[in-house]
Design a protein around this ligand. Structure first.
Ligand code: ASP
Length: 429
């Protein structure tokens, strides 16, 4: 028994997840609709993830704010870059999701009737939030969003209000920078808390293969493979949107820095490969820095800001995914998100991506905050678990590419003068 357990644990998580999917499919086909109860543990897992989401985001932001030093003159440019890249990511994500409509593919008539009935119920519960938006002017929408600012210190943690968590974390981070007599010591205390919550997340993530087994069995048992067609469309849509975001970075680099896209890919491919294989932008960070500084020969300050600050605040791939996933779930439930609600998705996805720690599956964690913010049911996000590990690799690659883009643009139109490497020679052509 111990031997089997040890063997099982020694397999990489993605392999265990695939095994879970395969067994789940067989169980679903065998048990039919009876397999529905197997999805229950999944809802418990989502609850646990929801519990961890706010503290992980909170400590990640406070830690990022108190442990990063940005040289004064560069701050406005850096903020502009981070914000515009993230907005581009979310706009691309929402556009692709609205065009492809992955959540509306292959819905059987019977299911469509069920979904419409459920949607009607949910629409009622969303009505309160929507009513104010009905005749909403832009100012009303703004107030609607500002209304999510925290009213008590613990409030955002108990009601999963992502905007509240972010605002609180930012205020605390800035305040600590002002009052802390020993900032590095304070930063290490905050890091201990952050690491502790991340350790808890790792425990929960170990359960994912079993949860996937249950979710897949319940889905296959009830609906056959129809919902997987939707899921497949989501995978296609997310990968297409991430590819567009990558092209956007390359264009920006081409226009706003001395680096050419070909050169960047050649010199930094190790970091991109590592991002894909580890699904962790934080684990990749040292290699990202090394590629930018030693291979590409960016100025030290640009490489630093891109890799270190970027890895903390800049998770465009995650932002894009959260926005698309929220829209996907709304489409699955047959709910139309109006402009104001999509605006809330934009804000929350931005905020959640800042709070996403650069570790595997943290996007899944912070997604619970985005769904809660727009009032979408968390149960539907269970469906994403079977494909999340796979999409995580792609979005991590984009997170790291985003950091590289920031570093290159910060480095400006001219390379550092004293370069003698082949990198600089090819770039000056
Ligand atoms: N795994 C991603 C990263 O490390 C975060 C996410 O889950 O989206 O950047």
């Amino acid at each position: 028994m111990f031997l089997i357990l040890a063997r099982w644990q020694s397999l990489p998580l993605y392999l265990r997840t695939l095994i879970g999917m395969a067994i789940g499919t067989v169980v679903g086909l065998w048990q039919g609709p009876d397999a529905v109860s197997l999805a229950k543990p999944g809802s418990i897992l989502m609850g646990l993830l929801q519990m961890l989401a706010a503290p992980v985001a909170f400590f990640a932001i406070v830690h990022a704010l108190i442990s990063t030093t940005i040289e004064k003159g560069k701050t406005p440019q850096l903020i502009r870059l981070l914000v515009t890249n993230t907005i581009a990511a979310i706009v691309i994500g929402l556009t692709v999701a609205n065009l492809i409509q992955p959540g509306k593919r292959n819905t059987l008539e019977k299911e469509q009737a069920q979904i419409t009935a459920q949607a009607a119920q949910m629409q009622d519960s969303l009505l309160a939030a929507k009513q104010s938006a009905e005749e909403a002017t832009l100012l009303d929408s703004l107030y609607h969003i500002l209304d999510r600012l925290p009213k008590t210190v613990l409030g955002p943690f108990t009601d999963g209000n992502v905007l509240g968590v972010i605002v609180l974390a930012m205020m605390l981070g800035i305040a600590l920078r002002k009052v802390s007599p020993n900032l590095p010591a304070t930063a290490s205390v905050v890091k201990v808390f952050m690491d502790a919550f991340i350790a808890m997340l790792h425990w929960i993530v170990q359960l994912v293969p079993f949860i996937v087994l249950g979710v897949v069995a319940a889905e296959v048992g009830q609906h056959g493979f129809s919902s997987f067609v939707n899921l497949l469309w989501l995978v296609v849509a997310v990968i297409a949107a991430l590819a567009l975001q990558f092209s956007y970075y390359m264009l920006r680099i081409r226009l706003q820095s001395w680096v050419t896209p070909g050169l960047l890919i050649r010199q930094c491919r190790d970091a991109l490969t590592m991002a894909f294989s580890t699904a962790s932008s934080t684990a990749t960070m040292p290699l990202t820095f090394e590629c930018l500084r030693n291979n590409l020969k960016l100025r030290k300050q640009s490489a630093n800001l891109g890799a270190l600050v970027g890895a903390n605040f800049n998770n465009d791939g995650t932002a894009l995914y959260e926005a698309m996933a929220a829209l996907f779930i709304a489409q699955l439930c047959g709910i139309e998100l109006d402009f104001t609600q999509q605006l809330v998705v934009v804000f929350c996805s931005m905020a959640a991506s800042v709070g996403a720690a650069g570790i595997p599956s943290s996007g899944l964690l912070t997604m619970t905050l985005v769904l809660t913010a727009v009032g979408l049911p968390l149960e539907y996000s269970l469906l994403l678990i079977p494909v999340d590990w796979f999409l995580d690799r792609f979005r991590t690659m984009i997170n790291v590419s985003g950091d590289m883009c920031v570093a290159c643009v910060l480095d400006g139109k001219t390379p550092e003068l004293d370069q003698t490497s082949p990198a600089s020679t090819s770039s000056s052509v």
